[in-house]
Design a protein around this ligand. Structure first.
Ligand code: TNX
Length: 534
């Protein structure tokens, strides 16, 4: 009798601690190295687990606590063990981290707070690999991880349709979950100017409002519903800070000299014809652009960029440069005078007007350089003679990236045919919400290899990939999520995981765990990938 009782006691005591692992690591983006041990015991997660961290990691510790609480399967209770955050790892990449999981102790060691943050994201995702309804017990394991690229971006266009500060923060959270670290904020365009600039109050007073929006693909029929909204400097600074806590840099884009109709409407003297202009309610490329022969244009660019640099501390500022038709410049006496004064001659495939755009780009670059910043521009800026420190964002395919790196520029890859999330993600367009066109399923985004077709020298100049969401047809935030997810997860792996380890089938098998996280957060993701139990 005594023997039986004591052995039952023994089993009972062991049962309290010996939590058996109930799921192996299924992480997107796939870490560089995971080695799971076949221990009978693992690390049971509790939302009130002790988290120890130095003061320098208190923000990361708070984030971790929040992530544990967000998971409906993680219990509170008499939590055994401890999660220790450290920042002692030495690595070439500040974003590198190591994780050690043992019964009772889970250590996340980063090369910097950013590395710790990505280790936390990995644990956060691992906690969704337990079968539905079971509380997660992670297997004993060692993970060593670092990103392939230092730039992993997502662009959101708030010009075609404005979104709220809360929406933008939610977008930033969605990025963090996918280990993305650069938020490209497209904040001005023909259809709206959405950032406060003190020297030019009409940019927002006039340029942030349009009376009506065209229905569908430029049908010619308008809805007669005014659209407006902009971000104050204070709100923008708030967003910068919110992003920084998640190790995300905000890169603002002031798209120039094209896509400027909202600014021209506010200040008609900035255009070649003097207007009047109207904030556009249709889509496409406007022939009216900043006048290149007008001195006030360069002053305007300097003033705006300086105020933008006051708000955004990012090393890079995006100056647009895409789709700038030369129609007006060809007819404008002031622009033609400027061309002859500067002695600009057409050269090869470039007209004198193309090279005039290069003069404006170079001017903007110098304004940024005076404050230690660098310019990013869409691949069209390669058409002017531009300094080598300009960064090329390749969108019209990958050719801009290959040409750009060939000329010694750093590049970001966001080729439309892989990275444009305003394109359809299912072949069945009739069943999908309206999109720009095209067909970019999650498998297509996954197949981008940013250095393909480049020499090893060129490859070193690739900063990383980026997904872009243009919002002509996206007038509500749930649709933003629908277009981003799950394609953002494919981009995450393009940007993070070594190419030799990437495999679409393996990726698909890791998706259901991520979808459980999407469910817990109530993300409105596109579910037609497979009918898995997510
Ligand atoms: C081209 S990509 C544009 C945008 C549109 C987009 C629609 C780029 C630099 N310019 O103005 O919104 O196509 O896909």
């Amino acid at each position: 009798g005594i023997l039986l009782v004591s052995s039952l006691l023994y089993l009972g005591a062991a049962g309290l601690h010996a939590a058996s692992p109930n799921g192996s690591f299924k992480i997107i983006p796939l870490p560089s190295m995971i080695s799971e041990k076949a221990d009978a015991e693992g690390f049971a997660l509790y939302s009130n687990v002790k988290i120890s961290a130095p003061d320098s990691l208190s923000s990361e510790a708070d984030m971790l606590r929040g992530y544990l609480k967000e998971n409906p399967n993680i219990p509170t209770g008499n939590a055994p063990g401890e999660i220790a955050l450290r920042c002692t790892l030495s690595s070439d990449s500040p974003e590198a981290y190591c994780i050690s999981v043992r019964p009772g102790l889970l250590i996340i060691d980063g090369a910097s707070p950013a590395g710790v943050f990505y280790g936390i994201q990995t644990i956060r995702k691992a906690a969704y690999t337990a079968p539905k309804g079971e509380s997660p017990v992670l297997p004993s394991a060692t993970i060593a991880d670092a990103p392939r690229f230092s730039y992993r971006g997502a662009m959101l266009d708030v010009a075609r349709h404005p979104f709220t500060e809360e929406n933008v923060k939610s977008f930033i959270d969605m990025m963090a979950l996918h280990n993305l670290n650069t938020f490209h904020w497209h904040i001005t365009d023909d259809q709206g100017w959405r950032i406060e600039i003190e020297k030019y109050p009409l940019l927002t007073a006039v340029g942030s409002r349009r009376d009506s929006t065209v229905i569908g693909h430029n049908s010619g029929v308008y809805d007669n519903k005014p659209v407006g909204g902009y971000f104050t400097k204070e709100q923008a600074r708030d967003i910068v800070e919110y992003a920084a806590r998640r190790h995300i840099t905000v890169i603002p884009e002031i798209d120039l000299p094209g896509h400027m109709l909202a600014a021209l409407t506010a200040y008609p003297s900035l255009g070649c014809t003097g207007g009047p202009y109207g904030v556009w309610g249709r889509w496409g490329v406007s022939p009216d652009v900043l006048c290149a022969g007008n001195d006030s244009t360069l002053t305007f660019i300097d003033d705006v960029l300086n105020e933008v640099m006051d708000i955004f501390p990012s090393k890079y500022v995006h100056i647009g440069g895409d789709e700038c038709p030369k129609t007006r410049w060809k007819e404008c006496p002031k622009c033609q005078k400027r061309i002859s004064e500067l002695g600009i001659k057409p050269e090869g495939r470039f007209s004198a007007e193309d090279k005039l755009q290069g003069v404006i780009t170079t001017h903007a670059l110098q304004t940024l350089a005076a404050r230690g910043r660098h310019a990013i521009g869409w691949d069209e800026i390669l058409e002017g003679d531009i300094p080598q420190d300009a960064i090329i964002m390749s969108w019209r395919g990958v050719d801009g990236a290959i040409e750009g790196t060939g000329k010694g520029h750093h590049v970001v890859l966001s080729p439309a045919s892989y990275c444009y999330l305003d394109y359809y993600q299912s072949p069945d367009q009739a069943l999908e919400p309206m999109a720009w066109g095209g067909y970019v399923p999650v498998s297509r985004t996954y197949r981008l290899d940013p250095t393909e077709g480049m020499t090893p020298e060129q490859s070193k100049l690739v900063l990383g990939p980026q997904v872009n969401l243009w919002t002509e047809y996206i007038d509500n935030y749930p649709k933003v999520e629908y277009m981003e997810l799950p394609r953002m997860s494919a981009l995450a792996e393009v940007g993070w995981t070594p190419q030799s380890m990437r495999d679409y089938k393996d990726f698909s098998e890791r998706m259901p765990a991520l979808w459980r996280l999407y469910n817990a957060r109530d993300y409105n993701y596109a579910r037609h990938m497979a009918d898995v139990d997510a």
